[in-house]
Design a protein around this ligand. Structure first.
Ligand SMILES: [Zn+2]
Length: 451
């Protein structure tokens, strides 16, 4: 099983090399011992290597990696990211990226290695891409799918956004380290991947209603990643190396698919906006939030329910004139955004203004939906799963399945579902349901079940 996943990854890296930064991925037992050998094939050993860590990732994997480098006489130094002023851990924000970039420009390193997962990998991906130097990642938890993607999730001016970055040249995931990860981080990895059925549906929906780009090449790759997750959930928390390799393989493939598609669209739709809203408001107002993938999992249950409601509708009931009449002017909407987002308004506004529809946009989208209902339903449903089946899989892996499990109040959960469409210019089911005038009602109905 582990070997077949490795073989699939090796083949993908070779077949899609033109779209990818990543040249090697190693998922195995005791992979950190083999890390120097794999890394040496891609990085210069005449200058010291920099290990970018935090206190936790140093203990989990960084120290062991440094010992392996010592054995090979590869000199190294350590750069510990500082904690966010309000939180006991680092955050991938503009400031942290600038700190690492400054350190990189004032020294010469043969390799810059992120020893971490979401945050540290994103900081390293972005900072090294700013100065055009390659990087690597030694993973410390299977918590999200960004290891091999060419984007970084950054809290920029308070808004959680994904921006272009380079992917690591080499990614190493040591199964023995991964299996010791906290249960919640393992569940987060599954949650991030389980969005696929609905994020792909959003991607297809936008292509059909807006003529946005959609890639069959990426879809084929995504399906390979989905297969690796078959039957993984029930034993994921039982220190089963095959299940863990399946999760990791699928996380790596998901990142590669984003690189092949040239955007995060294949793996990030409305469910990610719901999660990003929790992060943004969590940081801005010191409110609770959870691991990215845990939030994405609950967001996915919400948007999967929305698709069920959408396709249960009678297309004849879509009233396009009423939808156009409901559309407020941008100034009126902007005033509403100010009320909703407070200190984050200015930053959100930049994204919302680009996404705000005209009457023609609404007429085109809802007209196409109504006229091509069967085609849209068939194509969008190709990847969809029911909310109930997704919930069962999350539960099997001990993942959170309710907004209350994430520490949110009912009011903030409603806001996450209703407000989050304005934080990014990418058409999703949340936008469609809003254009249909049903977003608040459906959010209430979904939360009856999911709070
Ligand atoms: Zn994600």
């Amino acid at each position: 099983m582990i070997q077949s996943i490795q073989t699939t990854l090796d083949t993908l890296l070779k077949d899609h090399a033109e779209h990818l930064d990543t040249r090697a991925i190693l998922i195995d037992h005791d992979a950190i011992s083999r890390a120097p050998e794999v890394l040496k094939a891609h990085f210069d050993t005449t200058s010291p290597w920099l290990l970018v860590v935090d206190e936790n990732t140093w203990n989990v994997a960084g120290e062991k990696l440094s010992q392996e480098l010592d054995k090979q006489d590869i000199s190294w130094s350590k750069f510990a990211l500082s904690d966010h002023p309000d939180h006991p851990h680092p955050v991938c924000d503009d400031n942290t990226i600038a700190q690492l970039k400054d350190h990189l420009t004032s020294h010469t390193f043969g390799a810059v290695i992120a020893v971490g997962s979401g945050t540290i990998n994103d900081v390293v991906k972005k900072a090294t891409s700013l100065i055009d130097t390659p990087c690597a990642c030694v993973a410390t938890a299977p918590s999200m799918n960004g290891f091999t993607s060419k984007i970084a999730a950054v809290l920029s001016k308070g808004v959680k956004t994904t921006i272009p970055a380079q992917a690591p040249l080499v990614v190493i995931a040591d199964l023995d380290v991964m299996m010791e990860s906290p249960e919640r981080m393992i569940a987060s990895g599954l949650g991030d991947l389980i969005s696929k059925p609905v994020s792909n549906a959003d991607w297809q929906l936008s292509a059909l209603l807006n003529d946005t780009f959609h890639s069959e090449e990426a879809m084929v790759v995504i399906e390979l990643g989905a297969k690796m997750l078959d039957n993984v959930a029930p034993t994921l928390q039982h220190k089963d190396p095959n299940a863990m390799a399946g999760l990791l393989g699928s996380l790596m493939v998901s990142g590669l698919a984003m690189s092949i598609a040239g955007s995060s669209s294949p793996a990030s739709g409305g469910e990610h906006l719901i999660s990003h809203y929790m992060d943004m408001t969590g940081y801005a107002h010191l409110l609770p939030f959870d691991f990215h993938g845990c939030q994405v999992g609950v967001g996915t249950l919400t948007t999967a329910l929305f698709y069920e409601k959408l396709f249960a509708m009678d297309p004849a009931s879509i009233d396009i004139d009423a939808a156009k009449a409901r559309l407020a002017s941008w100034d009126e909407h902007d005033a509403l955004l100010k009320e909703r987002f407070g200190v984050l308004h200015h930053a959100v506004r930049e994204h919302a203004i680009n996404a705000y529809p005209s009457e023609e946009d609404i007429e085109r989208r809802l007209g196409r939906l109504q006229q091509n209902w069967d085609e849209v339903k068939t194509k969008v449903s190709r990847t969809l799963r029911t909310s109930d089946s997704i919930e069962q899989e999350l539960r099997a892996a001990h993942g959170p399945v309710r907004f209350s499990d994430l520490g949110l109040t009912r009011e903030r959960a409603t806001e996450a579902v209703v407000y989050s469409k304005d934080i990014r210019n990418r058409y999703t089911i949340l936008h469609l349901v809003w254009e249909l005038g049903l977003l608040e009602q459906w959010a209430d109905e979904a939360l009856e079940k999911l709070f």
